[in-house]
Write a protein that binds this ligand. Sequence first.
Ligand code: SF4
Length: 294
Amino acid sequence: MLESQGASGRLSEHLDALVARFPYARSLAQDPLSCVRPLAKDRASAEAAGLFAATLAIGNTTSIRRAFEDWLARCDGDLLAAVRARDRPGTPSAMRGFRHRWIRGDQLAFLAYRLHRIGKESGSLEEVFSSGRDGPAGFAGGLDALSSALRGPPGQHAPRGYRALFPSPLEGSHSPCKRLTLFVRWMVRSEYPDLGVWADVSPSELRIPLDQHVYWIAYHLGLTRRRTRSWAAVEEITAALRKFDPEDPVKYDFVLCHTGISGDCPKQRDMEVCGPCVLRPDCLLWHPRARGAA
Ligand code: SF4
């Protein structure tokens, strides 16, 4: 891997400049987190809204926000009340017909039922995560505990495809678990724009939610050489960012993700767009020999 300070030797300085000048309000309006924030009145309501929004976080942000609002309407505008009412499996008529990409209403209705059971059995998703995080696998163990609780025990006749919605980093596929990692970021970080409703988990423990935008830019900043979005890449990129900010390594996630979503980064050499990019001194598209020299 490139030395951690990138092609310029000043990558952390450039990333901090990007964070400092980033148009958060513009990008938050596009982000599914903008749908969650008004509903996050306390930990329980934040967990319910956050988990449904994170589960739907597939595809472009406009379609994710539209899907979330559709699901919210089918739950009469109160996701926590919908969870508390789902004391048995099954799909109420209002939830049938929901569809976002390959996610169906019967799967989300089952998720509401699982959240209901978790509330009864464990109290909160934070307690589930913490119980796994305190084991030998650390943060990955916390995600594994969440995955296991959300899937539920075998034999519950979950809807087709439901269990695949919640992969674990400890499984053979070594999924980057972007959606659960994003959910945990929302719950843990108290810095804007995140929610900070989990007091028992430190931001220093977080791992980067590795979507395609974050992966692309991390790869081209030399933060990883891995050619696939795997859990190993999550750990490698997070370790690199932790050198820049040990207390809050994932503070860079929102700006890296939205640099891609917004089109601020064209993912190709384009002087008109790349000219003012604060990361250009580190970008391997402009300094291709830097990786070879490392
Ligand atoms: S220099 Fe261009 S391609 Fe590289 S990160 Fe910046 S905007 Fe993206």
